[in-house]
Design a binder for this molecule. Sequence first.
Ligand SMILES: O=C(O)c1ccccc1NCC(=O)[C@H](O)[C@H](O)COP(=O)(O)O
Length: 220
Amino acid sequence: MGLRVKICGITKPEQGQAIAQLGATALGFICAQSSPRYVSPAQIATIVSTLPCDRATNEPLCDRIGVFVNASLEVLCQTVAIGNLSGVQLHGSETPEFCDQLRQQLPKVEIIKALRIRSESDLSEVDAYTACVNTLLLDAYDPRLLGGTGKTLNWRSLQQFEPACPWFLAGGLTPDNVLEALRQATPHGVDLSSGVEYSPGDKNLPEVARLLSQLQSGGF
Ligand SMILES: O=C(O)c1ccccc1NCC(=O)[C@H](O)[C@H](O)COP(=O)(O)O
């Protein structure tokens, strides 16, 4: 399977539709109310209803990931149902036990645990999660912002990073630096937000197109 490409912070139906048509494999919706990219479950449902669908199943062709920060099981399950989400990304301090409980409640939904990496030693957290989530996501650390920071990780320190489950690389990726990041690290997917937007939640479609063409030219 090819590299997964997740564009996060979608807020507008026409942009979600265009980004799916350009070839992104996943769209991310920020469900944390403190974010300038926040969308309600009803807004997610509207955006998802416009996405190109598989003719046989009538389900959207791309993955729909809700991004949450320390949400309750109840909120997670409700939002998945209302928004027709295929996955949830846990971007707060959710424990492995919480991830396990969520997996029992939502066995068909992809569970992605995001870890905000401040230094190489934070990578030691990874092993506690690999058995209870489907996928990991490594993001950059910022003392004030939980995500969408535009800050990059130290890709060189990830050269030997091969956890026991698939993972996304996030944090400050852009059409200009993504190939360099992928020369150093070998994730199963990349996740971008501020590197392909005009302002929080307003995606720059020409930059998304350039990202996808860069990845194609790099053989991904
Ligand atoms: O993007 C947000 O506003 C946000 C708020 C709270 C929690 C998570 C958030 N974003 C998570 C993402 O998956 C972003 O795509 C990821 O942090 C990378 O962002 P960027 O560095 O801007 O590419």
